[in-house]
Design a protein around this ligand. Sequence first.
Ligand code: TXE
Length: 481
Amino acid sequence: MKIQNYINGAYQNHHSGDWMDNYDPSIGAIYGQIPNSNKEDVEEAYAFAKAAFTSWSNTTLDQRSRILNKIADLIEANLDRLAEAESRDNGKPLWLAKAVDIPRASANFRFFAQAITQFSSEAHETVGTNTMNFTLRQPIGVVGCISPWNLPLYLFTWKVAPAIAAGNCIVAKPSEVTPMTAYLLGEILTEAGLPPGVLNILHGQGQSVGQAIVEHPDIKAISFTGGTTTGAHIARTAAPIFKKLSLELGGKNPNLIFADCDYGAMLKESIRSSFANQGQICLCGSRIYIERPIYEQFKEHFVQIVSKNKVGNPMDADTKFGALVSESHLKKVLSYVQHARDNEGYTVLYGGNRVTVAGSENGYYMEPTIIEVTDNSCKLNQEEIFGPVVTLMPFDTEEEALSLANDVKYGLSATVWTTDINRAMRVSKQLEAGIVWINTFLNRDLRTPFGGVKNSGVGREGGLEALRFFTEPKNVCIKYN
Ligand code: TXE
């Protein structure tokens, strides 16, 4: 099937007439085509977004809230259809799309439908001088939202919901690898009564239509989630034209396991933090450090449990791990395993092989992989693999654990397993990360700031942080008699 851009409240063809193949990773075959949009499409979408801005930014918070709630309702009502589309486009298990991706897309709209009605700003009285200051937080205008392929609708809506809640209009581009659910969102926006031009959804390659959004002189803010390399490129493009930037980039997150942890809970959650979404979540704990007294025990149990998890067709209910998102990504991930097999200092404890799934022989499947390493500066501990590959390494002291955890160029999230609250406080304060989970993983309260430090990005999403990003504060100072 061919999908279209959604501009000014309707699906319409793109200017170039060029199409790109869209693959179903579970069978390794083309199942549709997507527009290879370009600068002309961005210009058109911008014009409609600009035209819609005055009226949209003058809607009441209640009017915006009602529309965002209606979008949330319609996403929920279309759960099965959207989850199937997500699973087919990305390769993730259907049950995961149903349980996480699509409900969270609805929750993103629901959350900002409420948050916007509570968003306020400050006043400062210059006492004794008959002067009153108040701060307006006004929408920016037309903004750009660019999202990745790992959690397609989840991360797309995480950007567009606060942007429109704050009164902006958007030119948005989902990943060309997983365009389907953002495409299906278009008809939901229309049914929910979102005015035409408020949210425009373009499809195509990052270096063409994505680059055109970032370069557009009047798109004044860019909210981006994706690779660190791409993030750096976007920053170089946007900085000289003074755009506001939110960059959520890669991660290489430590999972610190102390001997005093709740062992059963840790073991169960560490499977999820290692391999959820086939390890294609920037928050996955891909470097596991275990305190020596329980290292051998953990190694044995972890391999035992992981080896029992089925790699299969995403549509099968008993599939634990589905397909990776693309052939090129599968090859990239497998190349890291090959590096481990070819070099000293690595022991592949489990997995590492491509999997042939009966009935889906050409699908992009691989085993969850556990590799023991001896040197924290090795390639597999320093580079974001973004697949179902984790490394194990023992440590002896808390200081050593912190040094190992922080010794990477990323700083997105970290997980810590301990029942010692004092240790939890000491360690979380010293970890170089934007998010620290203690005795849990991917446990999300949407009010909290979300984002990382170092090469994991700039700025924060979530809660009022997102509404602040998508507004400009203006100080108004009044002298009165
Ligand atoms: O990201 P890309 P991808 C990491 C992970 C993964 C790597 C690449 O390491 O292997 O990023 O993944 C658009 N101007 N993460 O390919 O290439 C592109 O079309 C404007 C971590 O998904 O960065 C897509 O819509 N846009 C991340 C989006 O940027 C451009 C989640 C992301 O593409 C562009 C996913 C350009 N010049 C990947 N080039 C996380 N932190 O969650 C590309 N794009």
